[in-house]
Write a protein that binds this ligand. Structure first.
Ligand SMILES: [Zn+2]
Length: 275
């Protein structure tokens, strides 16, 4: 028998004390709910993730993000951009525009437009409200109730004790950051359009996909997800490139700034012997 949203939430053995706005109502996540959730999420991620606390690197990523947001027009959220020390190529978006880029993603990019492509894609998930929809969809399914309560526990600072089923809060975050085929395609289409408007060559998104595919085929990092496959995304994004308005002078590089940032990351993370 299908339980009501609130009943399932109430009965969940994972429900932490005082959790939380997601359990209060079962309608679509409003902008203000998403903002609150995002704020708590960010605080918890600060505790859980090895954030790179380096102004130069963070400002660089933030600058790229802000440029893309400017092209996208006024936004309801105050976006933040953080760099996470992690050897896996990945990036993810939390609620209300809290975006995280792994150091390996920055190191992997062969030019600035490739990194801008990843950032634009993550922004796309927030702008298109995929993150909100995902939280929303999860709370309407039975398994989702548990995941969502775990997610809410993370967001509400409920602590790891509530997250035993997930191994870590990050596992729940990863679950909540798994988007469907359509959402991935939409985020890619958003990225192609906004990169071009922001002055970046949108082909960077395609060449980065190709690079990752050379490394790991259609498996690849979780931000690529398995549906659609990387090949499918390369095809769709290449088609989008054909029709998007690409004014002359779009940039691929940024005068060597990316390379300086990459060297700085290697030094800061003690990988300076890597090259
Ligand atoms: Zn995505």
């Amino acid at each position: 028998m299908r339980k009501s949203c609130s009943e399932a939430a109430r009965r969940s053995r994972f429900a932490p004390v005082g959790a939380i706005l997601l359990l209060v109502s079962c309608g679509p996540l409003s902008l203000s709910e998403e903002s609150q959730l995002g704020h708590s999420f960010q605080q918890e991620m600060r505790k859980e993730l090895p954030i790179l606390h380096d102004r130069v690197v963070t400002d660089y990523v933030r600058g790229m993000g802000r440029g893309i947001l400017k092209a996208a027009g006024p936004q309801p959220f105050d976006y933040t951009f953080q760099v996470v020390v992690d050897e896996n190529v990945n990036a993810f978006a939390g609620p209300a525009g809290h975006i995280y880029i792994h150091t390996e993603t920055i190191l992997k990019a062969r030019n600035a437009s490739e990194l801008a492509g990843v950032i634009a894609h993550e922004i796309g998930h927030v702008v298109e409200r995929h993150v909100a929809e995902n939280y929303n969809r999860q709370r309407n399914t039975q398994i989702g109730q548990q995941v969502l309560v775990a997610g809410a526990a993370i967001a509400g600072g409920g602590g790891m004790a509530n997250l035993a089923n997930f191994g870590s809060g990050l596992a729940a975050v990863a679950y909540l950051n798994t988007f469907g085929r359509e959402a991935e395609m939409e985020a890619d289409a958003f990225a192609v359009e906004m990169l071009s408007k922001a002055g970046w060559d949108p082909a960077g998104l395609v060449t980065f996909f190709q690079l990752l595919q050379e490394d790991s085929g259609d498996g690849g990092p979780s931000f690529l997800s398995s549906h659609p496959t990387t090949s499918e995304r390369i095809r769709a994004t290449s088609e989008a490139l054909e029709v998007v308005d690409r004014p002359p002078g779009l940039r691929t590089d940024d005068g060597g700034r990316l390379q300086i940032i990459q060297r700085r990351i290697l030094l800061l993370t003690r990988q300076s012997t890597r090259y």
